[in-house]
Design a protein around this ligand. Structure first.
Ligand code: UFG
Length: 336
């Protein structure tokens, strides 16, 4: 298939691009470079030895989206174009609503106009209500608690309405848990600008001496060791879920919309991650316990049974492999 990857140079998009190209698909990447780097184009080409078209395009502008659809014969869209920082979304909610929602509306309008019927949307575990019991299934109650999460939720609702309207559009929604890790080549990984918000890039920078010490946000949660528990999933396993999802929609044309949790089903605490990282780097993770971070929940992990069964997708990598790949990426980045 010829797949438009909207937001395809980002951390997750770049790994999906590699999986698609290595599995016989063609890709067109559109990205505005607001949270990604142009060098990623070369990294994807180097890993796959394949060529693809890249558009430096802000998809909030319909004419930019229109140009991509007019110039290419697109069979499906994987939509990852969006801002993703929870804290920033609380400070600048309108920027989040404008960017994440308008980009989606523009993609859907052009899909209708050019007869493209398949969209895969990158949603998040954050769409679920915090009061649900773990593990989360797709049937659990939705109710995100920050503007970023609400953009994901509204887009899911928009897709439901669009599908229900009788248009030809079919949608598959993947709710990601906590993607971590990096490509085995060390050429692609999570490389946020400035001080990282997320746990793994923060630890990687502590281990390689760029940051002093990890602040562990709270050790008084009702979890086995008191620190927050999450469902960490290797980004390469996550990319593979996209391949399986596309395949599923191709083989089951009667399916108009479906939702899947993409996680391993296993919860690890912050201190479990510190231990796993220490094993791969030789014990260099300095940390201190500080107050809880506002907005964090005690635990969040998936029941991935639906994706296991229906998509025939299974996470392959364990937590030490995830940490080892992050460490490898951080070291290779420094060596450049
Ligand atoms: N944590 C620390 N110190 C840090 C960073 C994180 O102790 O410096 C802890 C957090 O308190 C939490 C865990 O590590 O317990 C994971 O935190 P992350 O920031 O890595 O990830 P979150 O679970 O907060 O959020 C992530 C994504 C969101 C997404 C959400 C869905 O960043 O985009 O998962 O669950 F919405």
């Amino acid at each position: 298939m010829n797949i438009l990857l909207a937001g395809g140079l980002g951390y997750i998009g770049s790994h999906i691009a590699v999986s698609l190209l290595e599995n016989g698909h063609d890709v067109i990447i559109a990205d505005d470079l607001s949270n990604s780097k142009i060098e990623v184009v070369d990294s994807i080409k180097k890993i796959t030895n394949k060529e693809f078209k890249f558009y430096n395009a802000d998809l909030k502008y319909i004419e930019k989206v229109e140009k991509i659809f007019a110039e290419n014969k697109i069979d499906g869209v994987i939509h990852l174009a969006g801002y993703k920082a929870v804290g920033e979304s609380c400070q600048q909610p309108l920027m989040y609503y404008e960017n994440n929602l308008i980009t989606t509306i523009n993609l859907l309008k052009c899909m209708r106009k050019y007869g493209v019927d398949l969209i895969l949307f990158s949603s998040s575990a954050t769409v679920y209500k915090a009061s649900n019991t773990m593990p989360l299934t797709e049937a659990d109650e939705l109710g995100p608690c920050n503007p970023y999460g609400r953009t994901k939720y509204f887009i899911e609702e928009m897709l439901k309405d669009e599908v229900a309207s009788g248009s030809n559009i079919r949608a598959i929604i993947l709710r990601y848990f906590n993607p971590i890790g990096a490509h085995e080549s060390g050429l692609l990984g999570d490389d946020p600008n400035g001080i990282p918000n997320n746990l793994l890039p923060y630890i990687s920078r502590v281990v390689t001496g760029k940051l002093e010490v990890l602040s562990v946000f709270g050790n008084d949660y009702p979890t086995p060791d008191g620190t927050g528990v999450r469902d960490y999933i290797h980004v390469v396993d996550l990319a593979d879920a996209h391949l399986k999802a596309i395949d599923y929609m191709q083989k089951n044309k009667d399916i108009k919309i479906d939702f899947f949790n993409i996680g391993t089903g296993k919860g690890y605490s912050v201190l479990n991650i510190v231990d796993a990282y220490n094993k791969v780097c030789g014990g260099k993770v300095k940390y201190k316990i500080v107050a809880r971070r506002s907005g964090d929940v005690a635990e969040l992990y998936a029941n991935p049974a639906k994706a296991n069964k229906i998509l025939n997708w299974h996470a392959k990598y364990d937590i030490e492999e995830m940490c080892a790949s992050s460490y490898n990426y951080e070291n290779k980045k420094d060596a450049k």
